[in-house]
Design a protein around this ligand. Structure first.
Ligand code: 13P
Ligand code: SF4
Length: 345
């Protein structure tokens, strides 16, 4: 880290060069400053909105203007009139916000915050896969790059995937990418066959179905709630399956007192706030590590958020042509969600 300016003393060229090397601006904030207060001051001054996903650290969630799941975050990004959108999430989320707001400045605290699921679907390989099914339409999970979205007919999130697939024209033959677990789940729920791309999320596939089974024997009163990105052996045991927002709402409204939670543990923060009296047990992973924590989401810190606002970098930029092509299937998702009354949280 470089040392401590309190105002942006770097030139734009220096900022760009640091971002090019590190993926963020590696400057130590002035010692002793109240990061919460400074971020708050900067966001008001610059008319910026801070959007955060539930998998962010709790201090970031507490500071955000809006915390939500992927559907809620994209709906929020579509309706904001802020001059700057600062996205505390991963790259595909900030990219989606940029596609929806081509003329606004979209910032991300750290450009290295990728997504294993999005990375499991490289555009060239997917184009070749798609070419094998010329009469199929493409349904893509929002956890994809803009290049994959541009090759898609409609985007879905874990909140609306079942409802959207159910409501697509019945004569459409479908490819689903990139999450094969979510794809299988959607096929089971809708009864519609789909050709699946073979991708997974490194976090949601690490849960041990055997350890979960024995945990359930120790706590027979506990309900297992799981995100649909989990493996089928976990989903088969689950009492409830849903997006992060759906899981949060379920914990808050269920009469049960104890839950085994099979998703990234960042969501526990909002669950504890919504239902402080309930016991939440993070689902165990295959290994004795914290590998059910998303390493990409956790790259974001308050310091990086402060620097992103102060230096207005790193910025997410895409070519106008790519944004135009990637926007069509996102707009269709937002339009179908609106008609179906589906709101993210
Ligand atoms: P949702 O919050 O939309 O359920 O997505 C979970 C996830 O893995 C985001 O990367
Ligand atoms: Fe990607 Fe999985 Fe992390 Fe979500 S939890 S951002 S799907 S790697």
């Amino acid at each position: 880290m470089l040392s401590t300016p309190s105002t942006p003393t770097l030139t734009r060229q220096e900022i760009n060069s640091l971002v090019g090397t590190y993926g963020y601006v590696p400057v130590e904030p002035p010692p002793g400053i109240d990061l919460y207060a400074e971020i708050d001051r900067l966001r008001r001054e610059k008319r910026a909105i801070l959007l955060a996903h539930y998998y962010q650290d709790s201090d970031i969630q507490d500071l955000a203007d809006y915390v939500g799941d992927s559907l809620g975050l994209s709906q929020k990004a579509a309706e904001t009139d802020a001059d700057i959108i600062l996205f505390a999430g991963v790259h595909f989320m900030a990219e989606t916000a940029k596609i929806l707001n081509p003329t606004r400045k979209v910032l991300i605290p750290d450009l290295n915050a990728g997504c294993s699921l999005s990375d499991s679907c490289p555009p060239e390989a997917f184009a070749a896969f798609k070419a094998r099914y010329p009469d199929h339409k493409v349904v893509s999970y929002i956890n994809t790059s803009a290049a994959i979205k541009a090759m898609s007919d409609v985007i879905v999130t874990s909140s609306n995937a079942v409802a959207i697939v159910q409501n697509l024209p019945p004569d459409w033959k479908l490819i689903f990418a990139p999450d094969k677990n979510l794809g299988e789940y959607v096929m089971r729920k809708t009864g519609r066959p789909m050709v699946l791309w073979n991708g997974v999320c490194m976090v949601h596939t690490i849960f041990s179905h055997q350890k979960i089974r024995s945990l359930r024997q120790q706590h027979p009163d506990a309900e297992l709630i799981a995100h649909p990105e989990c493996e089928p052996a976990v989903l088969e045991q689950a009492d409830y399956i849903g997006s992060t927002t759906a899981l949060l709402k379920y914990v808050a409204s269920s009469p049960k007192k104890r839950f085994i939670v099979a998703t990234e543990p960042g969501i526990l923060h909002q669950m504890r706030k919504a239902a402080p009296e309930k016991e939440l047990i993070p689902a165990p992973s295959e290994y004795t590590c914290a590998c059910n924590t998303c390493p990409h989401m956790k790259l974001n810190t308050l310091e990086k958020i402060y620097n992103a606002l102060l230096y207005e970098a790193p910025e997410v930029n895409l070519s106008p042509d790519l944004m135009e092509r990637a926007r069509r299937p996102i707009d269709l998702m937002l339009e179908m969600s609106r008609k179906l009354g589906l709101l993210g949280g």
